[in-house]
Design a protein. Structure first.
Length: 146
């Protein structure tokens, strides 16, 4: 899987989530980048065009179609819909795990941090290598079957 930059004038947000056990600790993470691969802070800059990439087809379906109010995740899905429906154009798409390595690395790194919201100015050596791979557009092999 080759990591291609977002289109001209677009930002890309890759997100991921993970849990350790059911029930158990859970984390989420994301990386927002511009066309050059430079990290961005969305709330410091008006985001008008966003490519949102997620490696869970289930989550993509929730974000595109919504869920019933009886779904235990309906509150979170509504929060996401509120964010997406603001003054922005948002393209939501599924990507394979290999194209979502940076977000996955951030999620795994988050398990080593105290529970809270963290804005990382720098991260572990492993995550820093993923940031470099992401900025270079490093390709990762994947066999895709029909």
């Amino acid at each position: 899987m080759e990591l291609l930059p977002p289109g001209e004038g677009w930002l890309r947000l890759n997100t991921d989530g993970a849990s350790r056990g059911n029930p158990g600790a859970a984390t989420a993470g994301g990386a927002l980048r511009d066309r050059t691969g430079a990290g961005m802070r969305a709330w410091k800059r008006k985001v008008t065009r966003l490519e949102l990439e997620v490696d869970s087809e289930l989550v993509v379906g929730f974000l595109k179609s919504g869920v019933s109010d009886s779904n235990p995740l309906s509150f979170l899905v509504r929060l996401c819909h509120d964010f997406i429906s603001r003054d922005s154009i948002v393209r939501i798409s599924h990507v394979y795990r290999e194209a979502n390595c940076l977000a996955d690395g951030l999620v795994n790194h988050a398990f080593s941090l105290p529970p809270s919201f963290h804005l990382l100015e720098s991260a572990s050596t492993v995550v820093e290598e993923l940031v470099r791979d992401d900025a270079r557009g490093t390709a990762f092999p994947r066999i895709i079957r029909d």
